[in-house]
Write a protein that binds this ligand. Structure first.
Ligand code: SF4
Ligand code: SF4
Length: 80
């Protein structure tokens, strides 16, 4: 079976980073982002959010707030 490793460019913007292993594909963040930065990966049972338009992210933090699983973190909160 082919295993999908998300490319880092699909997991972060200058302001947020996604931990796809915590994403349960509820799509709340996709619907909440005012700039349509986030998109969906839906391949059979393989489902999680991804960054489609990183350059459009303005760091408003709405996606971070609405995620019920803590799958999206602000970059300044990510442990180095
Ligand atoms: S921080 Fe704001 S603009 Fe950036 S992806 Fe999240 S909701 Fe969209
Ligand atoms: S809100 Fe959280 S769990 Fe829902 S799709 Fe976005 S990252 Fe995944």
């Amino acid at each position: 079976m082919k295993i999908h490793f998300p490319l880092l460019r699909h997991a972060k913007t200058p302001y947020i980073r996604i931990n796809t292993s915590l994403c349960e594909a509820c799509w709340t963040c996709v619907d909440t982002c005012p700039n349509h930065v986030l998109g969906k990966v839906e391949v059979l049972s393989h489902r999680h959010v991804r960054v489609d338009r990183a350059d459009q992210c303005e760091g408003c933090g709405k996606c971070v707030k609405v995620c019920p699983n803590g799958a999206i973190l602000r970059v300044d909160k990510v442990k180095k």
